[in-house]
Design a protein around this ligand. Structure first.
Ligand SMILES: [Cu+2]
Length: 353
């Protein structure tokens, strides 16, 4: 029998050398790995977690791969000097290494993951702006985010302004995001700032983060949401407090007003939406967007829930639920089809509590 190696062509050493260099190729592209080089404290801590977890796992992976190659080479057929021991069956020393090393690593990895899962919980208000800098006496900036088809609406409830596809925040100020969506699920992601967080219709999610360096950063949806998804991008501007105040004043000087009817136009599907600024916003618009009742006369979700909690409206209530479905324009009679049965309901003050 001929040895198998003679039958298969052996790759030349120069080709092997080139293949070994392949993993280094991304480094040559000069691309900025924003996740590994973020500008916000939360994203920085998440980066550190990626590094710690990867290094801990490499502590096992590298020796295992190296030893596999070493054993294959040492006990190769042609090496007559290697010890041949077919009856070998136990080594206490080896058992200790095999069990203890992963146990130690998994314990450390578990502790690190458990603590950072809680410390980096997006719903948890920040307790620091940067290492060694407390967030205790810094008032957070509230931003309400609505993922529309296919653009991002940002409402600043304290400033009374809103923007589309443009987000700004002062550096070293905690940002308190509240997020929802108008139709399908999206994921709000500014890699330089923090990890992604889902935006879902009919409910809110939260994200607390801080930007530490001034600059312009990319933001986008990280969850496929339909035809215009690829262009659901925006710029996030980290600014000094003075520049942010100037930016807010500039937005306020514009004439546009974001009220219910304007929102209903805005939420209609459109692609590659340009930046838009609104000098005033109706208070409570975000709440209505969450409760899916921006249309006048449409029952809000929380009212419907309250009615259901008190026994419901029987068969009549079924028609209200149909207006919440995704093909809502048809269901609401805007494009033919069903009309709501109970459009609004008066409730005594006591029931509203
Ligand atoms: Cu899932």
């Amino acid at each position: 029998m001929r040895p198998i190696s003679r039958l298969t062509p052996r790759p030349s050493p120069s080709l092997l050398g080139k293949l070994a260099l392949l993993p280094l190729l991304p480094l040559l592209s000069g691309c900025d790995w924003v996740v590994m080089n973020p500008s916000g404290d939360i994203a920085m801590q998440q980066r550190d977690l990626i590094i710690v977890a990867t290094v801990l796992m490499l502590l096992i992976i590298v020796p295992v791969i190296a030893l596999t190659l070493f054993f294959a080479w040492k006990y190769r057929r042609s090496n007559e000097a290697a010890k041949y021991d077919p009856d070998w069956h136990h080594s206490t020393r080896l058992e200790i290494v095999i069990w203890a090393a992963p146990l130690v690593i998994i314990t450390i990895l578990g502790a690190v993951t458990w603590t950072s899962t809680h410390l980096l919980d997006p719903y948890r208000p920040l307790d620091r702006l940067a290492p060694g800098r407390s967030a205790e006496n810094v008032k957070p900036l509230k931003v309400q985010v609505v993922a529309l088809d296919w653009k991002w609406l940002f409402i600043y409830p304290e400033l009374g302004v809103a923007t589309v596809n443009e987000l700004a925040a002062p550096v070293d100020t905690p940002i308190d995001f509240q997020l929802t969506s108008s139709s399908v699920m999206n994921s709000f992601y500014v890699p330089a700032l923090a990890g992604q967080i889902y935006a879902m219709p009919g409910m809110t999610t939260q994200l607390h983060a801080v930007i530490n360096k001034p600059g312009t950063f990319d933001g986008f949806s990280a969850n496929y949401s339909g035809a215009g998804f690829s262009h659901m991008r925006f710029k996030f501007h980290g600014m000094s407090q003075a520049n942010f105040d100037r930016w807010a004043a500039e937005v306020r000087r514009g004439g546009d007003r974001l009220d219910g009817p304007r929102y209903l136009v805005l939420e209609k599907p459109s692609e590659k939406a340009p930046v838009q600024r609104f000098a005033t916003v109706d208070a409570g618009l975000f709440d209505k967007a969450v409760n899916r009742c921006v249309e006048p006369g449409k029952m809000c979700q929380h009212d419907m829930m309250r009615i259901d909690a008190q026994g419901g409206l029987g068969m009549a209530g079924v028609y209200n639920v149909t207006t919440l479905e995704y093909d809502k324009r048809v269901r609401r009679g805007q494009e033919g089809g069903l009309r709501a049965f109970v459009a609004a309901l008066c409730a005594p003050k006591s029931a509203q509590r």
